[in-house]
Design a protein around this ligand. Sequence first.
Ligand code: PGA
Length: 253
Amino acid sequence: MRLIVADDYAALSRAAADVLAATIAAEPTAAILAATGNTPMGAYEDLAARRRRGEIDASRLRVFQLDEYLGLPVDDPRSLFGWTRRSFVEPLGVPDTNVVRLPGDAADPAAACRAYEAAVAAGGGIDLAVLGLGPNGHLGFNEPPAAADAPTRVVDLTPESIVSNGAYWGGSDRVPRRALTAGMTVVLASRRVLLLVSGEHKREILRRTLEGPVTPAVPASYLRRAADVTVITDRAAVGSSAPNPPGEAAVAE
Ligand code: PGA
């Protein structure tokens, strides 16, 4: 596991966009598991600017949705698929046909989860997972407790996630109570994981992720057993206990 402490959110976003751009250059058909949430938005905007300048060609990229609220039509303004499309798929020029949804509106959500896993397998697995860190240690909507073998499935959101997601939609009452999530199995089998963590409010859960026990109570802690994980934080997320000066990279484990 590699830990990169960037000076601030802008530097974090640039560093994450560098990883994405390098992946796209090396593997134009790479399969990307792309998180929504506030944290990766700066990286996606940076990447979209590189595309506008003609520096990257993402037209052959494959995108897998990370999570979705259960029961929302795809055109609901809260749809995480809609957010993925607005923030990543469209600005990068990825064709819609290259996007694998996790359909919250499926008639049989359990069957949709199985179909999603089959699509991941048929596509040769995920090359790069871009993830945020939930305030409760979740990855996607792998809510605690979730161990390494948790499959793609329907989950009940924890009160903490309902509150944190309420910030996106104008209040907790606007947040659906259940969701679909790519499993821990999918996340942990990704050939590379980029975990983006910004802000002082993530400091304690980041510390538990990096230094606490590897436990279902902190699903993100399982990343310490995954193949190739880069954590990019800003200084606010590590505080004064940061192991190295601003902007330098350090091996955390
Ligand atoms: P955030 O969400 O990027 O908006 O902080 C992260 C998450 O809850 O997974």
